[in-house]
Design a protein around this ligand. Sequence first.
Ligand code: NAD
Length: 498
Amino acid sequence: MKQLTHFINGRHVEGQSGRFQDVYNPTLGEVVKQAPLATQAEVEAAISAAEAAFPSWSAQNPQKRARVMFRFKELVEREMDNLAALLSEEHGKVISDAKGDIQRGLEVIEFACGIPHLLKGDFTEGAGPGIDMYSMRQPLGVVAGITPFNFPAMIPMWMFGVAIACGNTFVCKPSEKDPSVPLRLAELFIEAGGPPGVLNLVIGDKIAVDTLLTDPRVPAISFVGSTNIASYVYATGAANGKRVQAMGGAKNHMIIMPDADLDQVADALIGAGYGSAGERCMAISVAVPVGEKTADALIDKLLPRVESLKVGPSNDPTSDYGPMVSAELLAKVRGYVDHGVSEGAKLLVDGRNFKLQGYENGYFMGGCLFDHVTPDMKIYKEEIFGPVLSVVRAKDFDEAVELPTKHMYGNGVAIYTRDGDAARDFASRVQVGMVGINVPIPVPLAYHSFGGWKRSAFGDTNQHGTEGVKFWTKVKTVTSRWPTGIRSGAEFSIPTMK
Ligand code: NAD
């Protein structure tokens, strides 16, 4: 059985804890590798390596750091097929989706290649007599990222791409469910000319996370994962004096207005609801048709499409989506569907007992479609994170806007309509961080920023874009006056910049 390693100071380091997490191929339902779970001392060793690398990395001029990012981008592009195969094997998402996962991360690396421009500070000449004032953004030091299983390439790159380009050194704690791709990215960073110790990776669980959250040498933590852990990471990190951004779970709605093109809507819902087996934080899990007529027509369009979804092995290019990541998540999602039935929602398509011939041990789940879901139901309130779409019927536009606005999650939302006024009003009023207008999964590009509201994100700074640069740097403002400018001796009153 292949054993994975940590990656500290540019080298593979075997796990010392004796504790391992099985890594599965979910298409086969078989253990394929073992991932070491780090001890506190191993995480501390990674922090020490990053600490030692910080002075020289942060002192490099930004264009030299950008050049490493350029080479890293080229290497990831060169390795795209291998990385996608590895990602697909451990996660279960289909190859085309795995490539999308890598590509969206690479776009953040592209953004980070522009770091010299992004780090330019402000300057005011003559802020007072003979006084200049300027501000600069400086890196924080050793920073850390803790990432979820569902985007093992994109989310680590969201974080370390910007953090490292800003001059920080980094400890990545990827999901222990599919750590091979982040491990490979750390290797490629060295091949790209990144100095050892700048990007370290430790595989681990709560022990590793708690070490990062409490070690005084780590001033900032970025987290993406489920809401309860995000809330814990935010509170614990903040209590330990750290800067924390912690992104959590989601329940993304799509509002369908009576004037929408229902063929387009059905296509969008199938892709956004069932793609990647629904294991996306921006998946649409709630469809909100406005008016009974729209709802009935939408169900007519959706039903045959959900029934004919092609669930298959992750490496089969004809599969619409592959297996769930684990037996636990499969059982949890089935449990939600059971619960929805007992709560009185109408299960129109039941994928619970789907079995794939030849892959009977794989963690496959067929698409499920619920109608007549209501806001008091558990299947509406909680994130399911599987191939399950709930239809909640709204009587009018205002009721439709209220649903995502009042929901405890506020990651993404979409509206489908031909009415510009309704779309504009919706985008302005809805209490959700990312809004799509006739776009089902409105994931902002790398030079904008990603972040939800309410219990979908704790902290106030988004991922990547200029928000990311702000998160990974601190501002220093210098007020300067040169001795030759002092002609009248000491001043004893507070200068007021007259
Ligand atoms: P998870 O919360 O189980 O794990 C995320 C990370 O936290 C992993 O690295 C894991 O090792 C660590 N962790 C798990 N339990 C812990 C504990 N008790 N103490 C400390 N650390 C712990 O999440 P997941 O199942 O890997 O990912 C799916 C979740 O992530 C979904 O809820 C999804 O919505 C969310 N997600 C959110 C976004 C976003 O940007 N908002 C993006 C992707 C995924």
